[in-house]
Design a protein around this ligand. Sequence first.
Ligand code: HEC
Length: 93
Amino acid sequence: MRKLFLFLLLPLAAQAGPPPSPGQVLYLKNCARCHGKNGRLGLSGAHDLTKSNLNTMGRTYMVTKGLGKMPSFEKQLTPEQIQAVVAYSLTLR
Ligand code: HEC
């Protein structure tokens, strides 16, 4: 009986809180120090990502190559990681 009870609880525990997406984890690690958790920090001239008109292609280029004070992430992130972090940046509103 006790075992059955634990078994029933497990799936509930696993669902507690939505797990952060890989893109979000990458964003918090690589981008938040300038752009802020919500994309609006604007440190050292970083643009407000919630107001950016750049689409996926433009953002991918930006993150890959960098521009001015925006660093290039070509060496730190794989193309898949860049894709994930860009997709996450597009969800910031
Ligand atoms: C060292 C600070 C810094 C970090 C870290 C940083 N950025 Fe930026 N970012 C900037 C600056 C500064 C600009 C403005 C560049 C310019 O236009 O001269 C910018 C611009 C951008 C833009 C273009 C916005 C627009 O519409 O003009 C995007 C998209 C962007 N960053 C995404 C990211 C993502 C995603 C990451 C993480 C992978 C990241 N940035 C990390 C400083 C940073």
